[in-house]
Design a protein around this ligand. Sequence first.
Ligand code: PEP
Ligand code: MG
Length: 559
Amino acid sequence: MVTDTKSGVGVSGGTAYGPVVQVAPPVRPPADEPAAADPVAALADVRAAFASVATSLEERAESVDGTAREILKATALMAKDKGLAKAAGKRLEAGRGPANAINDAVEEFAAKFESLGGYFAERVVDLRDVGARAVAAVLGVPAPGVPHFTVPSILVAEDLAPAETATLDRALVLGILTQAGGRTSHTAILAAQMGIPAVVQVSDATSIPAGTAVALDGDSGEVTIDPDPELVAAQRARAVRRAAALATLSGPGVTKDGTPVALLANIGGVDDAVAAGALDLEGVGLFRTEFVFLSSETAPTVEEQVEIYRGVFAPFEGRRVVVRTLDAGADKPLAFADLGPEENPALGRRGLRLSTRLPELLDAQLEALAIAGRETGADVRVMAPMVATVDEAQWFAGRVKAHGLPKSGVMIEVPAAALRARHVLAEVDFGSLGTNDLAQYTMAADRMQGELSHLLDPWQPAVLDVVGAACVGAAAVDRPMGVCGESAGDPLLALVLAGLGVQSLSMAPSKVPLVRLALSLHTLAECQALTELASAARTPAEAMAAVRDAAHPELTELL
Ligand code: PEP
Ligand code: MG
């Protein structure tokens, strides 16, 4: 047996060791499938197949909460799309059999989605998942996807559809390994939210035979096939040490010498809020409101929104909740806020740009937030996504004020806003760095394109320079700056960010304890020295290595 080590991208921390379960690949339609004898009857079968897929996804949605439920519902909507069945009908008339007609229709839509790029390209995984399930249904064979298993295992797949990730049984899934996927893909965000160690971008992962023992490290991205018992023992010992070290600390985030750096949660809805509200953290630094409405076909009313926001704010009485207004478009389109297809959706009418085109949507949301905020005791602050200019910040702040909401802020996720932070932030009360998009736009690399992961690395010196420029601008006008992109949950990067002067870090709640520990072991001056090391580096790997070498060993031995 030869031990083999592969390097991937760690996207959800912690270690795992166990046997591999390969996620069943999609069912292929038979090459020799005869033409449908009766295309009209065959179309009825195809429609029934799509309907059964929609029903089973909806049933799965009912068995889970929060973001997972929304993602499943959104995927069920795809199965209900009349256009898909219609396209399959045309293929049936042209002489294809039902399974091939479904497959052809799905591929026709997939090619369109892929050419649109961004969000649409990412949804191709979901679309093909719907297609493969419908092919299985029409052929009367079991659905593809996660097989039934009873021994706690490491799940391995080419990529996991969000629908699959969302419904995993936490007790049985020790870890996740994918061949594709990116740092900010749905799979990565959901795995972190569920606290499952995960590594993406692992070459040839799907050829690891089922049952093979694998050790994975969701922090370093290292994956070891048939690991030596010593390596497994060392990983286990580290996990025990980590748990013990983390258990000794509690309370607000603070550096060793007493500089506060608030530790906050990223959430996507009421269930996330209830779960995070019960944890030792200082509030919410990013409530992605668009997650709540991913499957809504019509705009939610003010009353419907008040109900939801009340549910989000209630667990945070006396604590802050930073609400981001709808960040629709590009990677998160909403059916009721769609201005039509674009060549480059990530550079198009998304985020606040969309709100300026549909101000009635923004006003309804702000009205609902103001009502729910008044009714609950949470410290509600509202911020806008995708702000690029002073004028946009000023416009947004005016609208927030008009609704009687006490504090407005902007996401700093476009390099233009970062470079001009002094002037942009002068219009509002606070800024929050969205390093996922900031990396995408600084490096000109689509965040949904797994192959470009290395460019999207928040340790990229250019990204850190832009973050640094934004922090200097914020300090010049005395506005607090936080970070709510995935980088905030990386304990070493969190130190660099604290050194740059950020005052809050918002992340998946499972990442908070390690970041709290990292801060507690370093003074602000030490964080600043780490920032210097990172900014002197020429490459992301050099930056990370320099910071790791200089950070406190009590932290680095746990990573
Ligand atoms: C970001 O871009 O870093 C961010 C936090 O927003 P989202 O990931 O929702 O685009
Ligand atoms: Mg963003």
